[in-house]
Design a protein around this ligand. Sequence first.
Ligand code: GLN
Length: 385
Amino acid sequence: MSARVASIPPTIFSEMSALAVRAGALNLGQGFPDVDGPASVVAAAERAMRDGANQYAPGIGVPGLRQAIARHQERHYGLALDPDREVVVTTGCTEAIAAALLGLVDPGDEVVVLEPYYDSYVAMLDMCGARRRPVTLRAPDFRPDPDELRAAITPATKLVLLNTPHNPTGTVLTREELQLVADLAIENDVVVVTDEVYEHLVFDDALSTEGHVPIATLPGMRERTLTLSSAGKSWSFTGWKVGWATGPAHLVQAVLAAKQWLTFTSGAPLQHAVAHALDHEPDWPAALARDLQARRDLLCDGLAAAGLPARRPEGTYFATTDVSHLGWADGRELCLALPERAGVVAIPTQGFHDDPDAGRQLVRWAFCKEPAVIAEGVRRLAEAD
Ligand code: GLN
C-alpha cells in the first residue's frame, strides 16, 4: 500500500456499518435512509436502460441532466447557469469533492475547512498534499467563531471548503456567517468550494427561518464559488452516486480536468433518472424534510430520555450528543461497546477533528431511518446498563 493511503485511517462509516451487520444491531450510524426515493424515478431508470442509455455518457454529463440541474439552481436560488459550461455531473458528491480538490489545489496550498469535517475532505486534502487550516464548530452550539474565521482566511489561503447544512453537526450556516466567509474570500481572493448535499433537508426552526442559503448567491460570490450537491440525500437514492458541481466555467473546467482521469464519465441510465427526479419530483425533498423533522424530534427526545441530551440540528440527517453525560470519556469506546450492550450503532466524531480531544466525547446519531427503528433504538438505549 502506498504511504499516501496508508497514512489515512479507514473510513469510520464502513467500520461501524460492518459492526452493525456483525452484531445484528440497529444502524443509527451511517447516513442512508431505509426507504428508497420516488417510484417514478426508479421507473425512469428502468426506462433509460430499456431505451438504450447503456454506453458511456459524455464526461461532463448527459445534456438532459445538466439542463435539469441548471433549472434546479435557477428555481430554488435564482442562480442562472449555462448547462454546457457551468455544470458537471459526478459520481456522487464524493467524486465532486475529490475532483474539485485535485483540480484546484497544489501540494503545499493552504485550505480552510470547517471542523468536525466529513472524513473524505481530509483524505482528499491529504492525497492532494494540502495544508489544512481547520475552523472548529464547538459543542454545544456548533457555530463558527467569527474571530477564528478571520484568523484562518488570509492571503495564504488557496481555498475554503464549506459544508452547509453541515455533517456531522446539523448546523445550517446563517446568512451573516456566510457573509463573513464571503467578505474574507473576496478580500483575500480565495475560491470557495461548498458541499450542499443536505440543501433541502432543513427544518422549520432553522435559525432565522431563512433556511439554507447557498454562498454562491451572496454578492460577488458567484464567480468564485463552486457548489457541490447530489441526488442521493434529496431524493433518497444514496446508492446511485449521482452528484454535480456548478459554478463559473473556469472552476467547472478544473473539476472536469480531474474527473476525466478518475471515472471518465458517470453511470448513464441513472443520470437520466435523476433528471426525471429534478424535473418531475420537485416537491419530494420538501416532503422528506417534513418527515425528517418529526424523526429528528423522535430521536432527540428519545436520546434525552436515555440521558443524552442533543441539540436539535437545523438540518441534515444527524444529531450529535456529548456522551460524558452518561459518564463516558471517549465516544469511540462507547460506540464500540454499544452494539453488544444495546444493539445500536452510532458514529464517534473524534476522527473528524485534527485535535481528537476537541471531539473526544462526541457521537453522531442518524435519524434518516423509519420511525419504528428510531423508537426501538432509543428504547434500547434507555434500557441498556
Ligand atoms: N454521508 C453519509 C454519512 O455521513 C454516508 C457516509 C459514507 O458512507 N461515506 O453518514
